[in-house]
Design a protein around this ligand. Sequence first.
Ligand code: NI
Length: 178
Amino acid sequence: MSVRPVLRMGDPLLLRVSEPVEELDAPQLRELLVDLHDTMAALNGAGLAAPQIGVSLRVVIFGTGAPNPRYPDAELVPPTVLINPQLEPVGGETEQGWEGCLSVPGMRGLVPRYRQLHYRGLDEQSRVIDRRVDGFHARVVQHEVDHLDGILYPMRILDMRYFGFNEELFPDQQLQDD
Ligand code: NI
């Protein structure tokens, strides 16, 4: 197990469409999940997608059992491994919210996302996950699954005036530089 380098925006691997996981009991998948977990924990990420560590497979992890220092005011999201996720917006209503990304260090942007979401996938033991969520939880899932389709959050910003460096956008907050 190891903390892996996180690819940054500009790396072409982040723009690929990832492949579904076919072998759910492969040792490589176990290693990938451990590396994703270790890397996300080391960087206090709210989530991490396999392509961010250079693996083009449809695997994301997100959530923490404790408040995230990068998003101290956000509601808690249960720690989740999601393999081959499928998203379905509920209702179609969107809302804007600030996002950051370990692949776009030091920055934040205001991004529209569906407010309510139904998502499905498999966990690390091939059990079905089937959840209906809203708010920050829905936002995190949409952000992470976007990575599997080669989409980074700046591509979704509607008004580029609301994209910038943490220190300039939020001078009163001690946001980490990632
Ligand atoms: Ni991200």
